[in-house]
Write a protein that binds this ligand. Structure first.
Ligand SMILES: [Zn+2]
Length: 580
């Protein structure tokens, strides 16, 4: 790595095994840095989308369009061989298309050796040089990365806007860089006592290095990504958690950052413990929180986050990116196709974690996700979650769909099957599908097994359509010494209902009507309140009625879903009050 010209050269030896049942005659590499060139698909999309990301757009123009040659990014192969034979390849934007000399049969393998050269772009999005906070090198998606091949075929998506997908492998990396630069990111440093910079074992004096550079040797087993960042002014702190992992922190040596970045360290430990307990054990020996990039982005064993934030915001972004380790990295759902299973599930567990470790104690920690989703529905710009992540008309619609509606997939699933069943489903899902790239049906099947319910209707309506939920208390009428309650389904999307009745003497009871096609019932979510399980509500029936044993004069209020976890798009008709 030349820290003056921002250019680098590399040699990659890739031992590729074809674990699929198909013979592969071609392979594809991602060459992500080519996105940062005028005229790239990323640039063109930036110029046509009506709500561009303001990190990538300034003074009414795409920042990529204005890059000078020495500011652009590139990544090119200069030679490529398969088991010693030269290969033909062509670079198409951010994807290198490669014809194999010898097809790789199922179970077969090949050694692909590539020489490559790159230039680090000015920081525009996620990675690059000289970030807005002055970090010299934020290096993610910097190397030729083999595309994923699975039962759906190749996933050689061009880099247009969204995030990354890849296969796990064992990385062995040697990085030669100016010796003043401190490097943090993915991977266990193998020559710590030679390098120093805060990596050396306690009590070791690191010998002064001759020459201008140091060669850092990292190993990272079973990761699908390798990020590193480097800056000559990093402070490097570590925190050894009992039983592992070791947490590393890299931030600018700036007195204004110090207090927040010191206080961040025990919160990172608390978050790691929270996710270990609630999702499953983090399997690596290391996690690094690194100041860099342009917001927050998750990588293998690490994250790049901007650091000049309030303490709450700093903890919030760390918690979100750390949570991605379970969903983006260990489960590794394909984000191009099912972003909601990554961003959404990450947002869900982040909200739970923040509520605990920051002692927020909110009744509904997901409230903002619901607000966002309702705003999207109102806007009329919603597209189904089955939309390819790059093909949303608006960034706004992608963001809400992936993060907020994706988070609600789980919080609302908790409403349907019960909170305990939701959390046990999440743990089982992680345990069964880590390192397997789960698809939407997998989380549904786990929740079905845990709850004994049929949930296909939920997966279909919530994720494959823009159908909305709207139930109403239509009328309440006296019926002698009892009271008749008339409910109505207005929205197309079906749901089971919890109904809370509050009497004027302040006593309470609840009623529950399961959806007939669920073929099951949840346990009473309010064990301290008497619950009556009503007959199932068949979806096609728009009306439903039931009777209270007490006269109308005694009824104070009737509320559909007092938990507010059911994403009913019109709250105005969800309650009846004697005072109305
Ligand atoms: Zn995220």
């Amino acid at each position: 790595m030349d820290v003056k010209t921002y250019q680098y050269t590399g040699n990659q030896v890739l031992k590729y095994t074809n674990n699929s049942p198909d013979t592969l005659s071609r392979v594809f590499y991602h060459m992500y840095f080519n996105a940062f060139q005028p005229g790239s698909e990323m640039d063109m999309r930036l110029q046509s989308v009506s709500d561009p990301d303001d990190r990538m757009f300034s003074a009414g123009q795409s920042r990529i369009a204005r890059l000078k040659e020495n500011e652009q990014g590139y990544l090119r192969a200069s030679s490529l061989t398969q088991d010693g034979s030269k290969l033909n390849y062509s670079l198409e934007g951010t994807v290198l298309e490669v014809e194999l000399e010898k097809p790789i049969p199922p179970g077969g393998s090949a050694e692909l050796v590539m020489d490559f050269e790159g230039q680090v772009p000015v920081q525009i999005r996620r990675s690059g040089r000289n970030s807005s906070e002055g970090i010299a090198l934020s290096m993610s998606q910097w190397y030729p990365k083999m595309a994923a091949y699975d039962f759906e075929g190749w996933h050689a998506d061009p880099y247009i806007a969204r995030e990354f997908h890849g296969e796990w492998g064992d990385f062995d990396l040697k990085l030669t860089i100016d010796k003043d630069y401190i490097v943090g990111g993915t991977g266990y440093l193998q020559n710590a006592n030679e390098i120093g910079h805060g990596y050396e074992d306690a009590g070791v004096t690191v010998a002064k290095q001759k020459g201008k550079t140091l060669t850092w040797h990292f190993k990272a087993p079973n990761v699908h990504d390798f990020m590193w960042a480097a800056d000559p002014d990093y402070v490097h702190d570590t925190l050894q958690m009992e039983g592992g992992p070791t947490l590393h922190f890299f931030y600018k040596n700036d007195p204004q950052l110090k207090e927040n970045w010191k206080n961040l360290q025990p919160k990172t430990q608390a978050a790691m413990e929270f996710f270990n307990r609630n999702i499953g054990l983090y399997p690596y020996e290391q996690y690094s929180v690194v100041q860099g990039g342009d917001g927050g982005m998750e990588y293998a064993m690490s994250t790049l986050i901007t650091g000049e934030r309030s303490f709450g915001s700093l903890v919030g972004v760390m918690v979100h990116e750390l949570a991605h380790s379970w969903f983006q990295h260990l489960l590794a759902t394909n984000e191009a196709k099912h972003a909601w299973m990554d961003e959404g599930f990450t947002s869900f567990v982040s909200s739970l974690c923040m509520n605990t470790i920051m002692e927020q104690n909110k009744d509904n920690p997901f409230e903002n996700s619901y607000k966002g989703y309702y705003a999207l529905v109102q806007s009329g710009k919603e597209q189904p979650q089955t939309t390819h992540s790059d093909r949303y008309d608006l960034n706004f619609a992608y963001g809400i769909s992936a993060y907020s509606k994706g988070s609600i997939f789980l919080s609302q699933l908790g409403y349907i099957i019960g909170q305990d069943k939701l959390m046990s489903s999440l743990r089982k899902y992680f345990d069964k599908f880590k390192f397997k790239h789960p698809v939407p049906n997998d989380i549904k099947r786990i929740a079905e097994e845990e709850s004994g319910m049929d949930l296909d209707w939920y997966l279909i309506d919530w994720t494959q359509t823009t159908n909305t939920i709207d139930y109403a208390v239509k009328a309440v009428e006296a019926n002698g010494s009892s009271t008749k309650v008339h409910l109505e389904r207005i929205g197309l999307m079906p749901m089971p209902l919890d109904i809370l009745i509050v009497y004027k003497d302040d006593s309470r009871e609840t009623f529950y009507t399961a959806l007939r096609m669920m073929r099951g019932e949840k346990e009473n979510p309010y064990p301290n309140i008497k619950r009556t399980v009503l007959p199932d509500w068949p979806w096609a029936n728009q009306r439903y009625e039931f009777t209270l044993d007490r006269p109308l004069e005694e009824v104070k209020a009737i509320v559909v879903d007092p938990s507010l976890l059911m994403a009913d798009v019109d709250a105005s008709n969800n309650a009846w009050s004697s005072e109305d």
